[in-house]
Design a binder for this molecule. Structure first.
Ligand code: AMP
Length: 274
């Protein structure tokens, strides 16, 4: 497995691979890899990529001033071993200084899908995500990039960015990987105490309980109540069209239910497409 620190060195190598006719997959991550991330590498393998590039970068631009950028878990050594074992062929570990050069001043903003949900609660978050992902697309010369449904809004925004800015690659979205308990795997789960982890089960439980043909208003109220009764602080419970992310009034096939809560100090998200 090739290890790159310098994004431009990766770019040179990836360009040569692409020219030689190799099929390249990109898997962007913030590291502290778990089964969810590894499933994206598996997906790239299943899609017959010759080269699988995993990027590991805790992107400062997508964190708000009061968020967890500093304390976000990091473990380069473990990430390297996991990528290698999973079959990645290259890994990029850039630093903020070599991703954002002095006087970096160009950003990518998506202005429709990022208005609501996490975009409304985390101002600037998706501007940071789109900017770093656009940079990674330009660096990796990938034929396709794999993202997780875990970050549903993010995946929709990236697809829109690819469409609207004519990036020449396909976006593949892989299903949410959960712990046996139902809890969606996340690097941020390491923040949770045993008690908090227990409470967090209310997320997947609530999502499972939603059925089609119901009024969203009553379903929303029911789920907010269930989450609060479990000791979680609700950030949002939304029912949206799975493509446009516009709010809907009735639960139906294709509707996406998205949840964000605070479990103690930790913000958790989860979702389900009906
Ligand atoms: P992160 O490192 O949390 O920024 O995530 C990197 C990529 O892995 C994103 O495309 C996420 O949606 C995806 N991902 C994170 N957790 C999971 C999970 N539990 N199941 C599937 N994909 C995931």
């Amino acid at each position: 497995m090739k290890i790159f620190k310098d994004p431009l060195k990766l770019q040179k190598w990836a360009k040569a691979q692409s020219k030689a006719g190799q099929k390249i997959a990109l898997v962007p991550t913030m590291g502290y890899l778990h089964e969810g991330h590894l499933s994206l590498i598996e997906k790239a393998k299943a899609m017959k990529a010759d080269e699988i590039i995993v990027s590991v970068f805790v992107n400062p631009v997508q964190f708000g001033p009061n968020e967890d950028y500093e304390k976000y878990p990091r473990d380069e050594k473990a990430d390297l071993a996991k990528c290698k074992a999973a079959g990645a062929t290259a890994i990029l570990f850039p630093t903020p200084a070599n991703m954002y050069l002095d006087r970096h001043s160009v950003y990518v903003t998506e202005e429709d899908l990022s208005k609501g949900l996490c975009g409304a609660r985390r101002p600037g978050h998706f501007r940071g995500v789109c900017t770093v992902v656009a940079k990674l697309f330009n660096l990796a010369h990938a034929d396709f990039a794999v993202f997780g449904q875990k970050d549903y809004q993010q995946a929709q925004i990236i697809k829109r960015m690819v469409r609207d800015l004519n990036f020449d690659l396909k976006i593949v979205v892989a299903p949410i990987v959960r712990e046996p308990s139902g809890l969606a795997r996340s690097s941020r789960n390491t923040y949770l105490s045993a008690e908090e982890k227990d409470r967090a089960l209310a997320l997947s439980r609530s999502l499972k309980s939603v059925t089609v043909g119901k009024s969203v208003k009553s379903e929303q109220a029911r789920i907010v109540k269930a989450l609060e009764q479990s000791g979680l602080q609700v950030d949002y419970v939304e029912f949206v069209d799975g493509e446009t992310l516009d709010p809907v009034k009735k639960t139906a096939k294709g509707v996406c239910v998205l949840l964000a809560v605070f479990d103690g100090k930790t913000r958790l998200i989860d979702n389900r497409v009906l």
